[in-house]
Design a protein around this ligand. Structure first.
Ligand code: NAD
Length: 359
């Protein structure tokens, strides 16, 4: 096997290890049969890492993540670690990985597989064929802006405050990421902000427009976030790529993900400026179903496809994985979360088997 890249595998907690196991089987299959050339190395993260090393992101795990080309993460968290001090909770590992590695571009596709149209809460004609990508800025904006806090005024009332802040460089790099991605898709970018009210959005619109002039082949539009949330529910297929800030993206991407019916189907990527990235399913560690071979591994398997396309430039292999997932669904495999009443139900391992057989 020719080595073409390294992947840090961080299974994490709850269903994380179960879904990662199936994704690693897919990688190994592609190594053996398609010359993928990916070298995987495992390390603990989250609550599991805390139990082993007293910290949710041990130094060795961070070092492995930094020296690898890509990270594949399962999920972190669970009731066992909820009473730990905030800085030792499993979720801190995710925030630390994102900021330590400058993973500023969060990509969340919302794709509805034809076989799962009935799983959406929206009418089939509104969602069938849905394929949109939300590009969310991940390391700036109001979640990080200063000043922030809760102060007590002279009269004793308390005031909470946060700061929504973006500089030109931050806006430019996320806009560049969105335009680049749109070139792999339908070449349409919709920038979402609130420029009628917020100065930070005014600057956002100006810089995105400026970046857009460098991409004459891509159609750029602008939309206020309140309208965008309405349009996502009313006519989601009008969108190709949505680029937006941290707060707006957080909310819109959750709304978009539910258009597809199940959280168990949704992959995500968080990228730096050099296409190095962390790939993970959108869902959490699902402690309610952990260890029972019922978790849907497809979000994690589809995260491997995103990794091959974005970090390793192997769109051919990414498409093979996506087609294999489609085929597994087409011949009737359903984990419990996507099964309709009366459908036979496949377990986590069986779904992995079905994808590998289709590959
Ligand atoms: P969750 O996503 O873990 O679960 C929500 C619901 O969806 C549950 O009913 C669960 O059984 C179901 N579900 C999730 N993934 C599934 C899958 N692959 N197949 C089938 N069903 C699936 O969210 P939650 O319950 O709010 O959080 C549980 C823990 O996960 C918490 O500790 C939370 O902090 C953590 N969390 C971690 C991440 C992450 O690691 N990126 C993200 C969200 C939540």
């Amino acid at each position: 096997m020719t080595k073409s890249g390294t992947v840090a595998i961080l299974p994490g907690d709850g269903i994380g290890p179960e879904v990662i196991e199936q994704a690693v089987r897919v990688i190994e299959h592609l190594n053996q049969h398609a010359g993928a050339g990916l070298v995987c190395e495992h390390a603990p993260v989250g609550g599991t890492a805390y139990d082993l090393h007293g910290h949710p992101l041990p130094a060795e795990t961070l070092a492995l993540a930094k020296r690898s080309d890509a990270i594949l993460l399962g999920a972190v968290g669970g009731p066992k670690w909820e009473s730990l001090p905030r800085e030792l909770r499993p979720e801190r590992a995710l925030l630390a990985l994102r900021s330590e590695m400058n993973l500023f571009a969060n990509l969340r596709p919302a794709i509805l597989f034809p076989e799962l149209v009935a799983a959406s809460t929206l009418k089939p004609e509104v969602v069938s064929g849905l394929d949109l990508m939300i590009v969310r800025e991940l390391t700036g904006g109001i979640y990080f802006g200063k000043p922030r806090g809760i102060r007590t005024e002279a009269d004793g009332t308390r005031t909470g405050f946060n700061t929504m802040v973006y500089n030109e460089t931050e806006i430019r790099r996320i806009a560049e990421a969105a335009f680049q991605i749109s070139r792999l898709r339908q070449r349409r970018v919709c920038s979402v902000e609130k420029a009628n009210v917020l100065e930070v959005s005014e600057l956002w619109r100006e810089i995105v427009s400026d970046v857009g002039r460098g991409y004459p082949d891509v159609q750029l539009s602008h939309m206020y976030v309140d309208n965008a949330s309405m349009q996502l529910i009313k006519a989601p297929k009008q969108f190709d790529v949505i680029v937006t800030s941290n707060l707006f993206g957080d909310i819109l991407s959750d709304a978009a993900s539910m258009l597809t019916g199940s959280i168990g189907m949704l992959p995500s990527a968080s990228l730096d400026a050099n296409q190095k990235g962390m790939y993970e399913p959108v869902h959490g560690s699902a402690p309610d179903i952990a260890g029972r071979n019922v978790a849907n591994p497809l979000a994690t398997i589809l995260s491997v496809a995103m990794m091959l396309r974005s970090t390793f430039g192997r769109s051919d292999l990414a498409t093979r994985i996506e087609n294999a997932v489609r085929q597994a669904l087409a011949i009737g495999h359903r984990t419990r979360d996507i099964a309709a009443a009366g459908d036979p139900v496949s377990g986590t391992n069986e779904m992995g088997d079905a994808v590998i057989a289709a590959l």
